[in-house]
Design a protein around this ligand. Structure first.
Ligand code: ADP
Ligand code: MG
Ligand code: MG
Length: 875
């Protein structure tokens, strides 16, 4: 029989899949003998059963829950619902991967109008009892019954207003009773029935609500952004309550073993006295720093610091911990590997190896490749910054520089961003509902909340600049403006700039500059290079891109798209002349004009890559992309080309294809106009000869034929290439090695790869086209369709961003096997967008690829991901 419920004593940290991260770590901390309130965890399998059983909890699981509860009750010596000595619990969500704030937690469960009186008497603290009850009613109402939290907040504010106070701590027992009375009414008004008094019903409803929260919109979005599968499910932990809201010797807080913004090895965190649960992160009052705890409660501080150290040493990673102090007694409520900025991640990785806590491999495995993005992002240009004046300061919650137009709701920010604007999201505080807006924004500014507020934590995870707690600003979300201290007004659409590293907010746009990479980053990259077995190349069409990529560690160019070289004004004319040429002679004349440009470009790329291989793809896109579209443009071009405008127009129309992606493009261009392939080969070979003549590192150019679906097609084009190249080489009287290979981007090419490998010396998987053609889904039109597919859970990911290892992957495997069967030493690479995606990189590694190729700024990500893939494969 499947076991669905585990007491904390029965679990450990390795059981994350079953118990969720939170449940597994609570169990582990219990095992370490740390002060953890008792409890048990209902497994992720129970969550999946809940969905399989049509959103019900099967009787045998319910029985297991209540049996375990009874056992816990007898150990604790208290009973759920017993007014004489009530057992109260929290019901906490927790998936395998940490999803901060995405799902729901309910505290103080077990209270009702009778138990609250008992609790007040027992603790001799009426205020505390009613404060706990009002919190429970809100959480139960909000999370379980979907009554908007704002309805409770409104009543709470009203009671504070009547009393003439600002803070929750200024309300006394009688006020809290009044709050409870009003909350019970809100509940009944909204649900048409009284607040449930039976704690067992409360418990089962709460558990179901946590299961349901696995599939709320923000959790689904978070999973998509973080590559978390929908079938993992969440676990539910039921834990005895401890109370941080019992007065001035009680409190609650969160802390990291190291600074999550910089990585500095120093306890870092915040706490609030007389507070419970989310109070610290929700920003209801301004928290104190963990250093201040040393003064307020020295013994508790010492104990906490010791535990923090124990946990970090035990997990060999920086920990993010939640704790509560109940009347001077410390309890640990959570620990997990802490989210950190990319810069902090590098520093922690390096220092933990230096401290002997981790091996290089451990350190590499603990990094998140995607996070490197943030390191490669811009900061403000110092000169421009000097000239700028700050309008206010907040907390430097997540570093980086951002400039954009301000928007006051997530929706507005998202819409503006979709229209191509750079936006900044300004909110009083953010909640998980704001996720899409935060994602769309360059940076985030909030009026309230500390360094561990939702905005801060989420922004750091996204590698996005964030300033929180700008308390000087008067932010009017509904009226879409904010006022500075000196009364200046900034409205929706105005430009401001944020420095997430200092917390300064500036008026207007400030120029940014590229990131400089730290010594820690270089060290981590060196380690990654020692470990990985796959090469990392870049996709680059310009010398500038190639240099950036080389500096970021690229070991060659995996894809140079030659068509991108034609768009410059002087060249496009010759290129258009080539397209509209009526005879081969005219076409050759036009090509002759283009040749020197191409040759120079290739020389630049060869120089930039200093002897590393450079793969150049022959002309690929449909020709009409290069022709003028409007009548006016056609008239102008006709004049330039000395042509009749009508004739040019007719010709343009004749080039039009119903389905250009499947039309006259790729190697089909070389088949119809061999002289194009000839010219390009000539440019490549001449460039290589010239560069090699200089005596520096010798380049071996790789000429790549796109969109091949049939070996005879490749053979035809290869003949042109080889004839042209060999003639030039013979004439120059020197030696030059070069390779001819092909893209695998049409399913038929993958299926007949064994034949194609007879002609191709290398394969480069063009997974953009391969995905598009395997799915039969146009990548330019997929957006709208995918929205519906996410909603209906048919797709969890965009296959053009994350490689589909099932279908497209099967074709890749067939092609890799086929290629190697014919030509055992064939080079295999990937040059689609997927080349920079960590999970896709891992797949390529498993197929034994020679290299992945990605855009320049993704090169470090790919180096790290390739190292991780190598370690995983060895295991
Ligand atoms: P999240 O995953 O959103 O952090 P948690 O389950 O950790 O949600 O709980 C939310 C808050 O409630 C945290 O601050 C946590 O410390 C607090 N909390 C949870 N369980 C208890 C408990 N048994 N006693 C006291 N506080 C608790
Ligand atoms: Mg938590
Ligand atoms: Mg292609």
């Amino acid at each position: 029989m499947t076991k669905y419920v585990y007491k904390f004593k029965e679990g450990n940290a390795s059981m994350k899949n079953l118990l969720g991260g939170k449940g597994a770590n609570l169990a582990e901390m219990t095992g370490l003998g740390l002060p953890v309130p008792r409890g048990f965890t209902i497994t992720t399998e129970a969550c999946n059963r809940y969905y399989d059983d049509n959103k019900t909890i099967a009787p045998e699981i319910e029985k297991e829950i209540f049996d375990t509860l009874a056992e816990t009750e007898s150990i604790v010596g208290k009973k759920l619902g017993d007014p004489a000595d009530p057992y109260l619990v929290s019901v906490r969500s927790g998936a395998r991967a940490s999803m901060p704030g995405m799902m729901d937690t309910i505290l103080n469960l077990g209270l009702n109008s009778e138990v609250v009186i008992g609790l007040a008497g027992l603790t001799n603290n009426e205020r505390f009892a009613y404060d706990s009850y009002r919190r429970f009613i809100t959480m139960f109402g909000d999370v379980v019954m979907e009554i908007p939290k704002s309805k409770f907040d409104k009543e709470f504010e009203a009671v504070k207003a009547v009393k003439g106070v600002k803070l929750d701590t200024e309300l006394d027992a009688e006020d809290m009773k009044e709050v409870v009375k009003r909350f019970l009414k809100v509940y009944e008004d909204n649900k048409g029935e009284p607040f449930p008094q039976d704690p067992k019903i409360q418990l089962m409803e709460a558990i179901k609500a946590v299961f349901r929260s696995w599939n709320n919109d923000r959790a689904i979005l978070y999973r998509r952004m973080n590559d978390i599968p929908g079938n993992w499910g969440t676990a539910v932990s039921v834990q005895e309550m401890v109370y941080g809201n019992m007065g001035e010797t009680s409190g609650t807080g969160v802390a990291f073993t190291r600074n999550p913004a910089t990585g500095e090895k120093k306890l870092y965190g915040e706490f609030l006295m007389n507070a419970q649960g989310e109070d610290v992160v929700a920003g209801i009052r301004t928290p104190q720093t963990i250093d201040q705890l040393r003064e307020v409660m020295p013994e508790v501080y010492e104990q906490f610091a010791k535990i923090a150290n124990t946990l970090e040493t035990h997990y060999k990673d920086m920990q993010d911990m939640e704790f509560t102090i109940e009347r001077g007694r410390l309890f640990m409520l959570q620990t997990r590997n802490g989210k950190r900025t990319a810069a902090a991640a590098m520093r922690v990785a390096v220092e933990m190896v230096e401290e002997g806590l981790n091996t290089k491999e451990d350190a590499i495995m603990k990094l998140d490749p995607k996070q490197l993005d943030a390191l490669l992002h811009p900061t403000f240009d110092p000169a421009a910054l000097k000239a700028a004046s700050a309008i206010t300061h907040g907390l430097p919650a997540s570093p980086g520089a951002a400039t954009g137009r301000i928007y006051f709701t997530a929706d507005d920010a998202k819409t503006a961003n979709e229209l191509g604007e750079k936006v900044l999201l300004v909110r009083l505080e953010t909640s998980p509902e704001d996720l899409a807006g935060m994602d769309a924004a360059q940076g985030i500014l909030t009026g309230r909340g500390g360094m561990t507020s939702h905005a801060a934590v989420v922004a750091r995870g996204m590698g996005k600049c964030c300033i929180s707690g700008c308390s000087e600003l008067i932010i009017k979300e509904e009226d879409k403006y904010f006022l500075t201290k000196d009364g200046r007004k900034f409205e929706e659409g105005d430009w401001i700039s944020l420095d997430g590293s200092t917390g300064a907010v500036y008026e207007g746009r400030i120029a940014t500059q590229e990131a400089t990479l730290s010594g820690n980053f270089r060290k981590v990259m060196e380690w990654a290079d020692e470990i990985r077995t796959m090469q990392v190349r870049t996709n680059a069409d310009t010398v500038r891109d190639a240099r950036v990529a080389f500096d970021l560690g690229a070991e060659g160019i995996g894809l140079c798209r030659t068509e991108h070289m034609f768009f410059e004004t002087e060249r496009i004319f010759a290129f258009r002349q080539m397209i509209v040429a009526k005879t081969e002679e005219q076409r050759r004349a036009a090509l002759a004009k283009i040749l020197p440009y191409q040759q120079k470009d290739f020389e630049g790329l060869f120089h930039a890559m200093k002897g590393f291989p450079v793969t150049i793809r022959l002309l690929d896109p449909p020709l009409h992309e290069f022709l003028p579209q409007t009548d006016e443009e056609i008239r102008d071009l006709a004049r330039e080309l000395n042509m009749d405008p009508e004739e040019l127009k007719d010709f343009t129309i004749s080039l039009h294809e119903l389905n250009p992606m499947l039309g006259h493009r790729g190697c089909r261009l070389a088949v119809t106009y061999p002289e194009i392939a000839e010219m390009q080969t000539e440019a490549i070979i001449n460039a290589a000869i010239n560069v090699n003549k200089e005596g520096g590192p010798q380049v071996v150019p790789e000429i790549m034929v796109p969109l091949v679906c049939e070996v005879k097609e490749l053979k035809f084009v290869k003949n042109i290439i080889v004839k042209t190249a060999d003639a030039i080489i013979a004439k120059a009287g020197i030696k030059l090695a070069y390779k001819v290979g092909t893209m695998i981007e049409i399913p038929r090419a993958a299926l007949t790869a064994d034949e194609i490998a007879g002609e191709a010396e290398f394969f480069s998987f063009g997974t953009n086209d391969l995905t598009q053609m395997t799915y039969g889904l146009s990548r330019d039109d997929a957006g709208k369709i995918l929205e519906a597919y996410y909603r209906t859970k048919i797709f969890e990911n965009d296959p053009t961003a994350k490689l589909d290892t099932v279908g497209v992957g099967r074709l890749m495997r067939i092609a890799a096997d086929g290629g190697r069967a014919t030509r055992p030493d064939i080079h295999l690479g990937i040059c689609g967008e997927h080349g920079g995606d960590p999970s896709s990189i891992e797949f390529c590694n498993s197929l034994g690829f020679t290299y992945v190729s990605c855009s320049p700024f993704r090169v470090p990500i790919a180096r790290l991901a390739a190292a991780q893939a190598a370690v995983r494969q060895r295991k």
